[in-house]
Ligand binder design. Structure first.
Ligand SMILES: [Zn+2]
Length: 233
């Protein structure tokens, strides 16, 4: 090998190493209508589970939000709608490593459905083509604990009344108190299960879409301590 060729290799070597170590390019595009249409509900559930694994391991995707904002202005084709509590410690998009244009999010303290949220879910699925409805409860939920304690204050009283059916239908041997973590967990899961059942019962549109396999309704719990989302059976 000629000296000049060897010199080029030696000089390029550090550049090659640098390129290998460089962070991956940031994601800068949003889901298209064709990409959304090609997904099944089960595909979307896998995408969300994998995204949550990245969130838990601290490897969520780096996104160029400025570029995505401009592209998203042309339209949206989100994969799913998530119904979450308002809790500031549950950053829904981050929890599933989703970006702009990826997911509809409806939020109300206690993550239960009502007419407006059912309408939002019907818009997300029937009109906009989303494949999954995910009801996401979480541990350490102040709304659940307040409902258990029978808190009464302004409009909060009516809000907490919506969680009462979950309390009344929770079967639990042991102390029924907001200081009993195991009991609070049971009520939290029951609240999610009741919400999933109510969506099916109160939205014939969504129930029909689920029957023919166009959507899936899934209940899950976000663990405040680990960041992990556990899907309920
Ligand atoms: Zn909450």
């Amino acid at each position: 090998m000629k000296f000049s060729a060897l010199l080029v290799i030696v000089l390029l070597a550090p550049l090659t190493a640098w390129a290998t170590d460089a962070p991956p390019p940031r994601v800068n595009r949003i889901l298209t209508a064709a990409e959304q249409a090609a997904l099944t509900p089960d595909d979307v559930i896998v995408v969300f589970q994998q995204g949550n694994e990245r969130f838990v391991s601290g490897t969520i995707t780096s996104r160029d939000h400025s570029a995505m904002v401009r592209e998203a202005a042309l339209g949206q084709h989100p994969k799913a709608i998530v119904l979450s509590c308002i809790d500031s410690r549950v950053p829904v998009e981050d929890v599933f490593d989703r970006g702009i244009g990826d997911v509809f999010v409806a939020r109300v303290a206690g993550n239960f459905e009502n007419t407006d949220i059912l309408g939002s879910m019907e818009y997300a699925t029937k009109v906009s083509g989303s494949k999954v409805i995910l009801v996401l409860g979480h541990t350490e939920c102040g709304a659940i604990k307040s409902a258990i304690d029978g808190v009464e204050l302004g409009n909060i009283t009516a809000l907490l009344a919506r969680i009462k059916p979950a309390i009344d239908s929770t079967e639990f041997d042991g102390e029924h108190s907001s200081s009993n973590d195991a009991y609070v967990r049971e009520v939290t899961e029951q609240n999610v299960r009741l919400t999933v059942a109510n969506i099916r019962e109160r939205s014939p549109i969504i129930a029909e879409m689920e029957k023919v396999g166009e959507v899936k309704i899934v209940g899950a719990i976000y663990d405040m301590h680990t960041g992990a989302v556990q899907v309920l059976d």
